[in-house]
Design a protein around this ligand. Structure first.
Ligand code: COS
Length: 383
């Protein structure tokens, strides 16, 4: 199914095997302790998956967006938190440097990111600027061969553990979106600090932190793209990032169905397995259909990316549908488990908490509908 090539099927089998043996047995513990899974990331790096989309000449695997999508999906099926660390690292940090970086920036930053020696992060959101990303208040002022950055960034995935951070700041607030510029920051830069990791509903083990910038001097050579191009870069990164979140949501939804199916087939009430009651069987069927549709949409978005075609509509549609599917499926999986679904002895309680954020980050479901409807209207109005 899904028209995967021999090579893609082999990758999928290797990912499944790794996720089942190396990640799944640790997932509940990571969730419980919120411990950052360095050891798992190290093993993933050895297998080349931290640099999956980075070109070979910079030390990566040079694989397709579809291979990346499958990597996130299979990882998320075992632990959504692990998949989130990978997704933020690969699409939000590696991809913009690969795509918009100068040769010198690529040579310097990509090899350690591709080998997983350094983790990457992306920092757009601020306390007062979430969906309205162009309203950011962090300022970058040119001073000789440097920019001086001041401000606060919020909800940065990998924010306290990343060595390389793609960060956006305003070089001209009057210009809103057209006054935003992208930079590559290093963790060690003076004046850059992070808050303590935030305590979250789910995704425990993936670290989310605030960043504080106090007179951080960033060399002009670390500007990513031209001055004023940053918002377009940020949006293009999110278009690719949304394939990752769709893939992650798909993995969570599949894990919810796997658990629900197993439970419903064995749990007996009224003298027979509860799967034999139509009320439960139809929940399983509805989950399967939505997962199938999500996978078609997600893989299609990845193929659109690989074909180099306009991505916004495909990526936002996949992210919207797959994230709502993850919430639907994890909710139904808890329902099928009854009281057992509400306690921590079964994975569905974690899946239910992890699923919710996929409807929020990298653009809420409302923002995806905005992107999709704007594109529809553009096709009618011609602008
Ligand atoms: N690719 C390339 N360029 C894009 C783009 C995309 N996907 N989306 C917008 N742009 C460009 C526009 O073409 C426009 O360019 P010009 O100034 O040259 O005309 C510019 O960016 C501004 O776009 P727009 O006017 O649509 O900006 P808005 O302020 O209306 O914001 C939304 C657009 C709402 C779509 C954007 O702010 C957004 O995606 N918000 C959500 C942010 C988000 O996902 N945050 C989570 C971060 S990760 S935790």
């Amino acid at each position: 199914m899904y028209g995967l090539t021999e090579e893609e099927l082999m990758l999928q089998a290797a990912l499944r095997d790794f996720a089942r043996h190396e990640i799944a047995p640790r997932a509940a513990h990571i969730d419980e302790t919120e411990e950052f899974p360095w050891d798992i990331l190290k093993k993933m790096a050895q297998l080349g998956w931290m640099g999956i989309i980075v070109p070979r000449e910079y030390g990566g695997a040079g694989s397709s967006a579809l291979a990346y999508s499958m990597t996130v999906e299979e990882t998320a099926r075992a632990s959504a938190a692990v998949s989130l660390i990978l997704a933020a690292h690969a699409t939000l940090a590696c991809w913009p440097i690969m795509t918009f970086g100068t040769e010198a920036q690529k040579q310097r930053y990509l090899p350690p990111l591709a080998k997983g020696e350094v983790l990457g992060a992306y920092s757009l959101t601020e306390p007062n600027s979430g969906s309205d990303a162009a309203a950011m208040e962090t300022r970058a002022v040119r001073d000789g061969d440097d920019y001086v950055l001041n401000g606060r960034k919020a909800f940065v995935t990998n924010g306290d553990v990343a060595g390389t951070i793609v960060l956006f700041a305003s070089t001209d607030r009057e210009q809103r979106a057209r006054g935003i510029t992208a930079f590559i920051l290093e963790k060690s830069m003076a004046g850059l600090t992070h808050g303590i990791p935030l305590r979250k509903m789910g995704m425990h083990g993936s670290s989310t932190a605030e960043l504080v910038l106090e007179d951080v001097r960033v060399p002009v050579t670390n500007r990513l793209g031209e001055e004023g191009q940053g918002f377009r870069i940020a949006m293009q990164v999110l278009d690719v990032g949304r394939i990752g979140i769709a893939s992650q949501a798909l993995g969570i939804a599949q894990a919810a169905l796997d658990a629900a199916l197993e439970y419903a087939a064995h749990r007996e009430q009224f003298g027979k397995p509860i799967a034999d009651f139509q009320a439960v069987a139809w929940m399983l069927a509805d989950m399967q259909v939505r997962i199938h549709a999500s996978r078609l949409m997600t893989y299609t978005a990845a193929r659109v990316k690989d074909a180099g075609q306009p991505l916004g509509m495909a990526a936002s549609s996949a992210k919207l549908f797959a994230s709502e599917t993850a919430v639907f499926c994890s909710s139904k999986a808890v329902q099928i488990h009854g009281g057992y679904g509400y306690i921590k002895d079964f994975p569905v309680e974690r899946l239910y908490r992890d699923a919710k954020i996929t409807e929020i980050y990298e653009g809420t479901s409302e923002i995806q509908r905005l992107v999709i409807s704007r594109e529809l209207l553009r096709s009618v109005r011609g602008k």
